[in-house]
Ligand binder design. Structure first.
Ligand code: AMP
Ligand code: MG
Length: 409
């Protein structure tokens, strides 16, 4: 049996980052930057107010309370027209430009108007005045130009996964496109004579195809483009045709079933004929068998058929491989430390066990308990789990002991 790390290194070595391409910022969520992003202008570009209130000369309000003559009302998006002179103030709304002459803002809650709010500033014969209750230092509630980013600044480096906040920054910079490593198209295929996927009544010996849905969903969560390659019978010609169709239209293929030692495990025979495959027995439970290799230059992940095994195998091998193709510098999910809230028993068998657990916050840390049955066919417990406890070869973990966990999506 191969150690997990050795098997995964073999996979990652064959999942190089895809070619950089330009995509619309609108389509870039979850993609990874392929070039450095710098800032060509100050953000914000102009000094503006963080509060609704009055733009004042701070020296004028040093002896507050005091009264100032209101010379203008400035809304966000409109340039000030009037310079604030001694004894004067401009009403100003959050985000509006600080007018010339003013150096501070007094929030509206610290003022009172001599006339009801909402009346336009009066003319010379009927001047509107504001009573300012507090003194404020220069710069009070002023957001200066370049506060967030200054022109020329390094913004994001190569290898940055674009999240919601990153996309917002790109928009602030006026960018409509961004250079990223491409999003791979990933084809997902189920194999097995026993499988039914149309909701029709089961004939003796049949089961329903659950893997294709879970694997497509996991692929979706890994931010790739998913392609449903359907369900194929245990027939070598049909399997070959389906894989070749997938290779033509996809950048990677994920299959489930047919890679173990059974008489009708034809995926193995077909992939050996048309691809350059490595058949591995990995020292893990579940998901010991793994077929990985390439057909042409398309990586193919031959995952085991048992529902939990296929999901764990996707998590441990396919997800890191696909994320490596997307240019992620650290494609493997990190483990975090947790405490077992109950015994997590297992047998010594030379393998690392990935136990389905429920992780919850406890006293500033994480505690885990079993999510249910640990059989590789017990998909319900996997569905209820939000983490995999990494239990090294031993007789298990006792309640109160620490254990590493992989937090799932
Ligand atoms: P195999 O790897 O083809 O020997 O399959 C191992 C086990 O997983 C068998 O019990 C299969 O019936 C089951 N299995 C294979 N493919 C699927 C699938 N797509 N959905 C649910 N169970 C499956
Ligand atoms: Mg099968």
């Amino acid at each position: 049996m191969l150690p997990l790390e050795t098997a995964r290194e073999f996979v990652l070595d064959r999942c190089a980052a895809r070619k950089p391409e330009r995509v619309a910022v609108a389509d870039a969520l979850g993609l990874v930057t392929a070039s450095e992003i710098t800032c060509s202008e100050d953000i914000p570009q102009f000094a503006n107010t963080a509060m609704d209130g009055f733009a004042v000369r701070s020296a004028d309000v040093a002896d507050a309370p005091c009264e100032l003559r209101v010379v203008e009302t400035i809304a966000a998006g409109h340039a000030p027209q009037v310079t604030v002179g001694p004894g004067e103030a401009s009403r100003i709304m959050t985000g509006a430009t600080i007018p010339p002459g003013a150096d501070a803002v007094v929030m509206v809650e610290r003022t009172s108007m001599a006339k009801p709010a909402g009346t336009a500033a009066g003319g010379a014969d009927n001047p509107e005045t504001v009573r300012v209750e507090v003194s404020v230092p220069p710069g009070n509630h002023v957001r200066h130009a370049g506060d967030d980013l200054q022109a020329g600044a390094h913004v994001f480096g190569v290898g940055t996964e674009l999240t919601a906040g990153h996309l917002g920054v790109l928009c602030s910079l006026g960018m409509t496109e961004v250079e990223v490593f491409g999003r791979p198209r990933v084809g997902v295929l189920s194999t097995g004579d026993e499988l039914v996927d149309d909701g029709s009544p089961l004939q003796p010996g049949q089961i329903r195809d659950s893997n294709r849905r879970t694997l497509l969903a996991l692929a979706h969560r890994a931010d790739v483009t998913c392609v449903d390659l359907g369900l194929v019978r245990d027939d070598p010609d049909a399997i070959e045709a389906a894989i070749l169709t997938g290779v033509d239209s996809c950048d990677a293929i994920v299959t489930s079933g047919g890679v173990s030692m059974g008489d009708f495990d034809y995926v193995k025979a077909v992939l050996d004929r048309i691809g350059d495959m490595r058949w591995m027995q990995v020292a893990i439970k579940p998901a010991k068998p793994l077929a990985f290799g390439t057909v042409g230059d398309v990586p193919v992940f031959g995952l085991p058929g048992n529902p939990v095994s296929s999901m764990v195998s996707f998590e441990l091998f396919a997800r890191p491989g696909l994320r490596s193709m997307m240019g992620h510098p650290d494609p493997i999910r990190p483990t975090v430390g947790a405490t077992a809230a109950e015994d997590l028993p297992r047998r010594v068998d030379g393998k690392t066990h990935f136990m389905r657990v429920l992780a919850t916050p406890k006293n500033g840390g994480i505690e885990v308990r079993s999510a249910g049955g640990q059989g590789s066919h017990m998909l319900w417990a996997m569905a209820n789990a939000n983490a995999l406890a990494v239990v090294p070869d031993s007789d298990g973990v006792r309640a109160g002991e620490s254990v590493d966990v992989l937090l799932l999506d």
